[in-house]
Structures are given as structure tokens and as C-alpha cells.
Design a protein around this ligand. Structure first.
Ligand SMILES: [Zn+2]
Length: 96
């Protein structure tokens, strides 16, 4: 439904990943480290993502908001172009 946005998304400033697709593949998530964030999804949802660069490599960080705090995990490091591919696939709901 192109052009139709849910009410919650009208006020959002950032992108949302699509719902999990039938062939969605699981990523391996690791503990976080200090890095540069170059892209991120909207923080209005309980699960948000950041595309991070560090030392010429990149990875995706996932933050899961819980009732008593949050859990942050990261994918393995990879070349920046590969991480960008992961990021685009994640936004399309092809991986989570
Ligand atoms: Zn939002």
C-alpha cells in the first residue's frame, strides 16, 4: 500500500525494518564496543538497529528494550560494503 503510513510512523524520524520475511535468516549477535554510528532505525520500537563503523570495518548493533532495561548485541565485524548489504537486507526484513 504505497503512500499509506501507519499512524505511529507519521511522527517517526527514522526508518523501520520490514516485518520478518518467510525466508528471514538469523544473524549472530555479539556484545557491544565503542564505535561510530553511521545509520540507525527509529527508536520508537522495542527493537532498534545501528550501522556502526570501527577501524575500517563495520557491523550492525541491535538494541532490545525491555521492561527493566535493554540488551545490546552486535553482528561480527565485516567489510563496510558487506555491512551496508546487511543493513539494506535488515531494513527490508530479510534478516534480523
Ligand atoms: Zn518510529
Amino acid at each position: 500500500m504505497r503512500g499509506v503510513r501507519r499512524l505511529e510512523e507519521v511522527a517517526c524520524l527514522s526508518v523501520h525494518p520490514a516485518p520478518r520475511q518467510p525466508e528471514c535468516e538469523p544473524l549472530q549477535w555479539l556484545p557491544p564496543q565503542p564505535v561510530g554510528v553511521v545509520a540507525y532505525t527509529c527508536g520508537c520500537r522495542n527493537v532498534s538497529y545501528e550501522l556502526c563503523h570501527v577501524n575500517g570495518q563495520a557491523f550492525v548493533r541491535r538494541t532490545v528494550r525491555l521492561a527493566d532495561g535493554h540488551v545490546i548485541e552486535e553482528t561480527h565485524r565485516m567489510p563496510i560494503h558487506k555491512a551496508r548489504e546487511f543493513w539494506e537486507r535488515l531494513l527490508r526484513g530479510e534478516i534480523q
